[in-house]
Design a protein around this ligand. Structure first.
Ligand code: MRU
Length: 347
C-alpha cells in the first residue's frame, strides 16, 4: 500500500490529497458536499480517470448524507442537482459518468427506503467503487507485469498511478506489480506539460516507493527512445472508444507515434470501466480545453507575452493501430479493435 491516500472516507466525510500542492506539500482537504467535490474535480485537487470516478461517487454520498433530514421530495431534488453538477465537472474521463451510473443503480436498489437508509446505500456503493478500483488495479497490474522483461526501462506519460486511482494505479500499477514480482524496473517519467503531472506527481509517487525514476522534458522522449533502451511505453487512459482509440493526457499520441518509429511496444492500462462502447471512434471523445493560463505560465509565474493567443487541449486521441496492447483487469488484449473489445465487454 502507498504511504498516502488519494482519497478516503474518514469521520463521516471525504478527505482528498490536494494534488495541486504536490510535491511541495502534502495537504489533505475535507469535503462535505457535492458542490465542493465538483469544484475539486474541476480544479484538479483530484485528477486521473478512476480517482475522478471515486470522488464523484463520494460526492453523491456526501450530498445524500447532508440531505437525509429533508423531505423525500427535497432529498430527491438535492440528489438530482448533485448528479448534474458533478457530471459537468470534467468531460473526458468516462469513469466519471460510469461512477455516477453506478450510484444511480445503488439508489434504485434502495427502492422506497427512507432517506437515511438510501444515504447509507449510496455510501456503501461509493465505498465499493473505491475498493473495487484497488482490486482491479492489482489484477491489471499482474497481467501487465508479465509483459515486462526482468530488467526493464519503462517510459510513462502523465500520472496513472495511485494518485490517479483509489490505489496501486494503472500504468504505475503494472510497474509496482512487476517490482513486487522481483523485477528490476526503472522508469522514465515525461514531465507532462502543461500541468506537470509527470514531474510533480509520478516522480514523487515513485520516489515514495523507492522505484528508480528519471525525469525528462516531454520533448526529450524521441531522443531517449533512440539513444538508450526503452523496453516499453505504458500509459493510462481517460476513455477508450469502441474501435480501440484511446484518449489520454495531451502528448500521449506523440509518444505512441515515437514508440512505433522506434519499435517499442506501446501499452495502455485501464479498467474496463474506462471503455466507452457508445462512441464508435476516438473522434467522438470530448476533449477538455482548459484555461490558457496553464500554458502561459505555471502557478504565479507567467512567461508568454500578454495577449498571446493560446490553445490548451488537455487530452489527445491515440489511434488504435498504434496501441500494441490494452491491459485491463481481464488480461492483455493485443491490437484492440471493435471485435475484441465487444468480446471483452461481454466478460
Ligand atoms: O488531467 P488529468 O491529470 O486528470 O489527466 C490524467 C490522465 O490523463 C491519466 O493518464 C488518465 O486519467 C489515466 S489515470 C489512471
Amino acid at each position: 500500500m502507498s504511504a498516502f491516500h488519494t482519497l478516503r472516507w474518514i469521520d463521516d466525510t471525504l478527505e482528498m490529497l490536494d494534488q495541486r500542492a504536490l510535491p511541495d506539500r502534502c495537504d489533505y482537504l475535507r469535503f462535505d458536499s457535492a458542490t465542493a467535490v465538483a469544484a475539486a474535480i474541476r480544479d484538479l485537487v483530484v485528477r486521473g480517470a478512476p480517482a475522478i470516478g471515486c470522488a464523484a461517487a463520494y460526492g453523491i454520498a456526501l450530498e445524500a448524507r447532508r440531505s437525509a433530514g429533508l423531505s423525500r421530495e427535497q432529498f430527491d431534488e438535492a440528489l438530482e442537482r448533485a448528479f448534474s453538477i458533478i457530471a459537468q465537472s470534467r468531460p473526458t474521463a468516462v469513469n466519471l459518468a460510469w461512477a455516477l451510473s453506478q450510484m444511480r443503480a445503488g439508489l434504485g436498489a434502495a427502492g422506497s427506503a427512507g432517506n437515511t437508509a438510501r444515504a447509507a446505500a449510496l455510501l456503501e456503493t461509493a465505498q465499493k467503487i473505491a475498493a473495487d478500483d484497488v482490486r482491479i488495479n492489482r489484477a491489471l497490474g499482474t497481467h501487465g507485469a508479465s509483459l515486462l522483461p526482468d530488467a526493464a526501462c519503462v517510459m510513462t506519460h502523465c500520472n496513472a498511478g495511485a494518485l490517479a486511482t483509489a490505489g496501486h494505479g494503472t500504468a504505475l500499477g503494472i510497474i509496482r506489480s512487476a517490482v513486487d514480482a522481483g523485477k528490476k524496473i526503472e522508469v522514465i517519467a515525461n514531465e507532462t506539460r502543461p500541468f506537470l503531472q509527470g514531474a510533480r506527481l509520478t516522480v514523487w509517487e515513485l520516489q515514495q516507493d523507492g522505484i528508480p525514476v528519471t525525469l525528462i522534458a516531454d520533448s526529450a522522449a524521441g531522443h531517449m527512445m533512440g539513444h538508450r533502451t526503452v523496453d516499453a511505453v505504458i500509459v493510462g487512459a481517460d476513455r477508450v472508444a469502441a474501435n480501440g482509440d484511446v484518449a489520454n493526457k495531451i502528448g500521449t499520441y506523440m509518444m505512441a507515434v515515437l514508440a512505433k518509429r522506434h519499435g517499442i511496444p506501446f501499452y495502455v492500462a485501464c479498467p474496463v470501466s474506462t471503455i466507452d462502447m457508445n462512441l464508435r471512434s476516438g473522434q467522438e471523445i470530448p476533449i477538455e480545453e482548459r484555461s490558457a493560463d496553464e500554458v502561459a505560465g505555471y502557478r504565479d509565474m507567467r512567461w508568454a507575452p500578454a495577449e498571446t493567443r493560446i490553445a490548451n487541449p488537455v487530452f489527445d486521441v491515440t489511434p488504435a493501430d498504434l496501441v500494441t496492447a490494452l491491459v485491463t483487469e481481464h488480461g492483455v488484449m493485443r491490437s484492440p479493435d471493435r471485435m475484441t473489445l465487444e468480446q471483452l465487454m461481454r466478460k
